[in-house]
Design a protein around this ligand. Structure first.
Ligand code: GTP
Ligand code: SPV
Ligand code: MN
Length: 582
């Protein structure tokens, strides 16, 4: 290893954290097995039933450390405005000082692992290299699944190659001494006091979204909280779409859906490229191309079963790490709305004996599985392709019990950017906060845009101008409910019916109805064969509710002051006028 800046940085960090040992990860299977043994000995990990779940492990995080902590997540830039009202801000000096106090000596008695990793296929023009230091074996084993990690990345980095400096330490896993800090000016991330998912796997939200979005703005590309999937039609043609839904709103499920019976007969197949993050650039053909920078899934366990997501169920049968689910006496796992009968007993996510019917949750609502994407039966053959896949449609969506219809289409790119900017969703368990509360979450990026979102909207508008053939933009809502609180739409595999319409619109194959909010499907152009549902309610636009919504949007837009692009206000006023005319 000859990268001098890397060597001196590791040395400097070790001086601060004072680990007993430093281990450079090579990414090999032997190394993985050694680390597993070690973590099993200390109780950090439990080996699951190797006959039923070969290669699978189980982990419980601290009960105070089960989701991303957005209130402890900061962007540390010299100028506060560049972080925007969408981010918590600290000056870099303050950030380093506060975190240094927690990091100092925190690795005494522990090993510091050095993990070179690549987001994106190693050597791809899209790819970015990071090096994460951590004192958690659980984190090493997760990063090993979620990224391309090991010596080959160091080789690719070379002597003077640039990398993101990612420092992570659990310290004493105390929420009062927890900070997730981003220093975009230094290409640096410091995360301390958490061992959970998006707080601790620094290649994921911290590098691939918060830092990458900042770089993408400068370099003219997009880093987005989006799934990427291919939809192969009966003639064998594959159209790719990228879809942004907020955390725990259905990306993983849509990315690997299995066509429902009726549509399967037509010959559709789905190919999974990614379930959480998309990096997209305009290529020389004037189209938008996307890669998934990750190599695994860090997916929500509850609700995942062989009916809702058979591909995920197959993917997590081997070499998977389960976090905060129920441990069964036979060394397998379970969660609410999982496969099989409700177990008669087990150990819950808190480590306590559990029995059904006591009202206690078996698995935490944000319990997760970490599985390699190569385990997924629907994996796309272009997953390692250096230029990714061409995107035909961009889809926005969220959880809205009321208001937004099943699907609608933007009038043009600018209007589509507006549609993304006014997205809102009911809060889920993926982050701390009040469940169910509607919050504005533009492009599903509110917690992940590493700079002022007003500038992010301008960047989206600029991107439209760079493409000769920009993707069409849509909005979907699988979560609309009737007056009794029941979902109006069956969701999951049936969502393909909506994707079929979206692709048909991209190709110009079907007419649509122009409304105040955008284009809606003609009822007869959606294939609803075999479904019994209230389509009028699903496609309804309640004028009064929409007028109320525009007021909330005005308030939200105003938080950005004069930095918000005028085009978004123009789109907003145009929508208000169209609504009044209806
Ligand atoms: P992150 O990993 O947090 O970014 O989440 P995600 O967007 O990948 O969400 P995921 O696909 O894991 O779904 C979250 C929850 O929504 C799970 O409990 C699913 O069962 C449920 N869900 C997903 N798709 C649908 C759907 O079409 N309809 C309904 N009703 N529920 C769904
Ligand atoms: C999300 O919360 O959007 C996730 C899980 O995908 S985490 O990695 O914890 O951010
Ligand atoms: Mn996510």
């Amino acid at each position: 290893m000859r990268n001098k800046p890397l060597l001196s940085w590791v040395e400097e960090m070790a001086k601060m954290c004072q680990p007993d040992k430093i281990h450079w990860c090579d990414g090999s299977v032997e190394e993985k097995e050694r680390l597993e043994e070690e973590a099993i000995k200390t109780g950090e990990l439990i080996r699951l039933n190797q006959e039923k779940l070969p290669g699978c492990l189980f982990h419980r995080t601290d009960p105070s450390d089960v989701a991303r902590t957005e209130d402890l997540t900061f962007i540390c830039t010299s100028d506060k405005d560049s972080a925007g009202p969408n981010n918590n801000w600290m000056s870099p000096e303050e950030g380093y000082r506060k975190a240094r106090e927690i990091f100092a000596g925190s690795m005494t008695g522990r090993t510091m692992y050095v993990m070179p990793f690549s987001m994106g296929p190693v050597g791809s023009p899209f790819a970015k290299i990071g090096v994460q230091l951590t004192d958690s074996i659980y984190v090493v084993l997760n990063m090993r699944i979620m990224t391309r990690m090991g010596t080959h990345v160091l080789d690719n980095l070379g002597e003077w190659g640039e990398f993101t400096k990612c420092l992570h330490g659990k310290a004493d896993v105390n929420p009062n001494r927890r900070l997730i800090l981003h220093f975009p000016e230094d290409n640096t991330i410091w995360s301390v006091g958490s061992g959970y998912g998006g707080n601790a796997l620094l290649g994921k939200k911290c590098l691939s979204l918060r830092l990458a979005s900042t770089i993408a703005k400068k370099e003219g590309w997009l880093a987005e909280h989006m799934l990427i999937m291919g939809i192969e039609d009966p003639s064998g043609n594959i159209d790719y779409i990228a879809a942004a839904f907020p955390s725990a709103c259905g990306k993983t499920n849509l990315a690997m859906l299995i066509p429902p019976e009726g549509l399967k007969k037509k010959g559709y197949r789905i190919w999974t490229v990614g379930d959480d993050i998309a990096w997209m650039q305009v290529d020389s053909d004037g189209n938008l191309w996307a890669i998934n920078p990750e190599a695994g899934f860090f997916g929500v366990a509850p609700g995942t079963n062989s009916l809702t997501n058979p591909n995920a169920m197959t993917a997590i049968q081997k070499d998977t790490i389960y976090t905060n689910v129920l441990l069964k006496p036979d060394g397998t796992v379970w969660w609410e709305d999982g496969d099989g009968a409700v177990p008669e007993e087990g150990i819950d996510w808190l480590g306590n004996p559990w029995k059904p019917g006591t009202g206690v949750q078996a698995a935490h609502p944000n319990s997760r599985f970490t599985a390699p994407i190569t385990n997924c039966p629907s994996i796309s053959h272009r997953i390692e392709h250096h230029h990714g896949v061409p995107i035909s449609a961009i889809v926005f969506g969220g959880k809205r019990s009321h208001l937004t219809p099943l699907v609608y289409e933007a009038l043009n790119w600018e209007h589509g950017v507006y549609m993304g900017a006014i997205m809102a969703s009911e809060r889920t368990a993926a982050q701390y906060g009040k469940l169910g509360e509607v919050r504005r979450d533009p492009m599903a990026m509110l917690p992940f845009c590493g700079y002022n979102m007003a500038d992010y909207f301008s960047h989206w508008l600029d991107m439209g101008k760079k493409m000769t053939n920009p993707p069409k933009i849509f909005n979907v809502n699988w979560f609309k409910r009737d007056d009794n609180g029941k979902f109006l739409w069956p969701g999951y595999g049936e969502n393909l019916r909506v994707l079929e319409w979206i692709i048909a619109r991209c190709k110009g194959d079907v007419e649509a109805k122009k409304t105040a909010i955008g284009y809606l499907p003609m009822p007869e152009s959606l294939d609803l064969n075999g479904l019994d549902l209230e389509l009028e309610k699903l496609l309804e636009i309640n004028q009064q509710d929409w007028i109320e919504e525009t007021k909330a949007v005005s308030e939200f837009f105003s938080t950005f002051g004069s930095r918000l692009p005028q085009i978004l206000w123009d789109e907003h006023n145009a929508l208000c006028n169209r609504l009044k005319m209806e």
